[in-house]
Design a protein around this ligand. Sequence first.
Ligand code: UD1
Length: 430
Amino acid sequence: MGTHGEKRLADEMTLTGGRPLAGTINVQGAKNAALPVMAAAILLRGQSLRLECVPDLYDIQTMCRLLCHLGAEVEFENGCMTINVPDEIECETPVELVRKMRASSLVLGPLTARCGRAVMPLPGGCDLGSRPLDFHLKGLAKMGADIELKGGAVTATAGRLKGATITLDFPSVGATENLMMAASLAEGTTFIENAAKEPEISNLAEILRLMGVQIKGDGTEIIRITGMNELHSASGEIIPDRIEAATYLMAGVITKGCVTVRGIAPEFLESVLNKMEEAGADIDVFNGEITAKWKGPLQGVTVKTLPYPGFPTDTQPQMMALLTLANGNSVIHESVFDSRLLHIDEFRKMGAKIEVQDNVAIVTGVSKLTGAEVLSSNLRAGAALIMLGLAAEGKTTVRGLEHVWRGYEGLVEKFRSLGAEIEIAEPAVE
Ligand code: UD1
């Protein structure tokens, strides 16, 4: 049944900083595209979904276990996943899986559409402040579902969902995805207005189209979905992970090195590459590869996180890491999440100078960072701490790596292939 049993993963790593990273890495499949696409399999009845380029990550394993709990069979090997969905499935999701990962909430829309009832405990995942599900729930209610919140769980009940016009208060990625999936089996046509435009939305739309759904407008503010009575087996591919690619490019620059990423369309990373260039990195796009090179001291810049195509919140901690060593001041405004600057205390332990007011951080560049013992509190903060450790003088120990394994496949091997010095205590295999 593939690799989605509970694996024991290392909890800490020690990095020796100061080596310029150099080399090329292949970009993994996008975690944030694979999770909703896997959830879309629930819409099938006695059919299967075959996916290529699925990254082998802790979050993907959690979603596999969730699908298996619901009654699907999942095979996963070498990036290729097949999800066989029986005629009848469970409609209640188990608390222990949902609490592990916020993206578990992506099964709510498809389960409600397909089973007429879904029960889901409120999810967990990265601690990025309050992350409510109100847009998801209001959208389902607009499509005719009865929503009940009781005892820390949501119950959605519906006959067949009905197409509706839903306007999101904010272009939420998860709500757009949940509602696209729910609309795929609804009667009639649904319009999602103020929809998220992330490339991962278009990946989901593409797979849903392959399953027989009529969808137009993905990648724009209004998505139009015409629901079907039945969907059919399909086979598709997960797009490359723009956040992973950005992390390695920034790691190349922070270590005064030169890193190339292969397999990612540069337009997915336009806002990130522009900001890196503005800060003084040398960016070269050639033949399907992107190279970021340190060409001299960086300059402070102003960054504001925004929905796509704006600067992604998922690269904010890594960009902040890069700017700790830039000349002058940088201003980083986190506008997507209300509590995504919590990594700053850990950054300071390594010598970074950062002041925070509300959701804005002012980074005053320093000439060097020093190794320290730091704790990762979420996935991207963990990646940023690893970047700082690679750039700092001396040794850095990063703990709390369980967050990092949720999103980066083969991170240690990839960094070592670029010349990083990383020691990791492998836990005994169970
Ligand atoms: C997804 C990504 C995550 C990324 C985020 C923003 C996945 C699995 N995760 O998360 O990595 O950081 O997009 O790009 O794809 N909100 C509400 N009510 C809702 C839903 C969202 O208020 O019902 C708010 C959130 O609290 C947040 C903002 O909207 O402040 C954006 O959240 P959203 O786009 O929904 O993020 P996720 O889909 O959870």
